[in-house]
Write a protein that binds this ligand. Structure first.
Ligand SMILES: CC(C)(COP(=O)(O)OP(=O)(O)OC[C@H]1O[C@@H](n2cnc3c(N)ncnc32)[C@H](O)[C@@H]1OP(=O)(O)O)[C@@H](O)C(=O)NCCC(=O)NCCS
Length: 212
């Protein structure tokens, strides 16, 4: 199973970062990862949302919000952490977390925010997403957040089912404005617990760290 072994501790998959049976592993991102993160984000965004062709608004959103420059800026934000799932040199997916407690759109549900969780289409359904989200939860808990919250487009039934399967509660609704159009989003929340035996993730051996 990517990033994790198959045991569970306290409701989470026990982390086994160093060795995995599949060859997939997790690490923190560095600034040098901006380009592959950007390319993967555009691929997954279009695969998920451009289900009836690439509309101009979707193209603009993908090329502006998910550009290499945008990810370079986010990678240098000290409050933001990126966890990558990799197979050798290849990027399979990433989780982007705003680590310090963030006010959620739902009053009273502050916590770290899972900003994005993207897995390359051909790597989906193989445990990569759940491995990344377990890392995000551990990072949130280690930072002192009571919970992890996220928003998901209400038409993304696959992602909503995935989060529900992993114990996230639907706590309300909000909206997301993309290229002047508003889309309904669900707000999902889960209480997180610290793992006493978790190994801290590290960035690749060279390059500036994404977290300072
Ligand atoms: C949503 C996403 C991150 C899931 O990642 P993934 O790697 O395919 O998910 P996993 O293989 O880790 O699935 C984990 C578990 O969730 C279950 N699951 C996945 N989708 C599910 C669904 N729609 N309903 C119920 N359970 C689901 C799997 O069966 C698996 O269960 P198991 O661990 O008991 O076997 C991935 O599909 C993705 O990147 N989608 C496109 C981008 C996106 O929508 N991101 C979320 C935006 S909010």
């Amino acid at each position: 199973m990517p990033c994790m072994d198959s045991h569970t501790v306290g409701g989470y998959r026990k982390q086994d970062i160093a060795a995995t049976t599949s060859g997939t592993s997790c690490r923190l991102a560095t600034l040098a990862d901006a380009e592959p993160i950007s390319a993967l984000a555009i691929q997954v965004f279009l695969d998920t949302y451009a289900t009836e062709g690439v509309r101009p608004d979707l193209a603009r959103e993908a090329l502006s919000e998910y550009s290499r420059e945008q990810f370079e800026q986010r990678l240098q934000d000290p409050g933001r952490t990126f966890v990558l799932a990799t197979l050798g040199l290849g990027l399979l997916g990433f989780a982007e977390i705003l680590v310090d407690p963030q006010p959620s759109p739902i009053a009273g549900d502050a916590g770290a925010e899972l900003v994005r969780l993207y897995v390359q289409p051909r790597a989906q359904h193989a445990g990569v997403g759940s491995g990344l989200i377990a890392q995000a939860e551990a990072i949130a808990a280690q930072a002192g957040a009571a919970g992890l919250w996220l928003t998901a487009w209400d038409g993304n039934t696959h992602a909503l089912g995935f989060y529900e399967h992993l114990g996230y509660s639907d706590v309300g609704q909000t909206s997301y404005t993309m290229q002047s159009q508003s889309f309904g989003n669900r707000v999902l929340y889960k209480v997180v617990e610290s793992l006493s035996d978790s190994q801290p993730l590290r960035p690749a051996s060279s390059g500036p760290s994404a977290t300072t």
